[in-house]
Design a protein around this ligand. Sequence first.
Ligand code: MRU
Length: 376
Amino acid sequence: MSGANRFVPTLRTGQAHPHPAPIGGDAYSAVELMPGYRLVILDQRKLPLQERYEFVSRVDEVADAIRNMLVRGAPAIGITAAYGLVVAAYAARGDAPSFLEAMSAADALLRASRPTAVNLAWALDQMKPVVANAANLPFVQRTEALAQAASGLHRAEVAACRMLGAHGLTLVPDGATILTHCNAGALATGGYGTALGIVRAAHEARKNIRVIACETRPYLQGARLTAWELHKDRIPVEVISDSMVAHFMAKKAIDLVVVGADRIARNGDVANKIGTYGIACIAAAHGVPLYVAAPWSTVDLKCSSGEDIPIEERPERELSHLPLADGNQLQLVPDGVGARNPSFDVTPARLVAAIVTERGLARPAGEASLANLRNG
Ligand code: MRU
């Protein structure tokens, strides 16, 4: 049999979720804590061809799952890190000092797994007092205390998405075509989504919207993930290559851009998936508003501007080779030629029409409007 004929992808989407009651609330979810303090993670690298869930019961496996992008998206990796501490607590059966030592090592491991999305460090910071208070409890109670806190954090992040979706609804005209980049949906947040939360809210409000998803080279989160989850929810979506954005803007085919964020600096600068800055420049040139949707956990008031945000460089191979469904890779770049692979870029606040959070809108994006939201 020839090599070409051997490639028959197995379509296994629609597999039943192994968790009895996912917090995400959908038929699928990025991450959940299982009874027995194991995590179940939807392996997003396999989408859209396979909906495959992996079980993880060691904290180093949780860190690997984040680093290797089984789970990705700023809020989702924060939630996963919080659950990672639960897994670590279940493995740490010693007295209070040895528990605290194990938890500190787990925190450091998880914190180092990806650098740009501040939600990861934010979630671990939220868990710190819970860990300290639980240290003197008996083993069963302390593990359960962490499990309750991490599940609570997960629930609150999903609720924030629903709330920001309701705020963002006001920005979406009936009949709008919305451009989005990367995946800022249920897969990236543990449920509902940020940019796609606004899309879902508009769809639920029966606004006649449609979505254009950039494929999002090199990791193809738009083509593989955004298209998958919107199609599942029967929200009209088409995929374009990243290089087609200017063409469709010039044709007046896009009414607004809505993207997520990995970190928002105090002055309103936004780090998001590589390519967002280019889209923002094109949108500004065509008078199309660009909105950023993110829970407050993505705002990092300690970063004064985008200059302070660390940008992750992913392996060259993610750009130079395309993974195939049969486990092989298609080489795209000649042997001996290097590749660059920054995973995020920074869009300056002046190109962002508004930042949509669960606290309301920061409009225009900037230090003053964010300070207003912070002060409630
Ligand atoms: O590298 P990824 O897939 O983790 O990047 C994700 C993004 O850039 C998202 O747009 C961002 O995290 C917002 S998710 C609600």
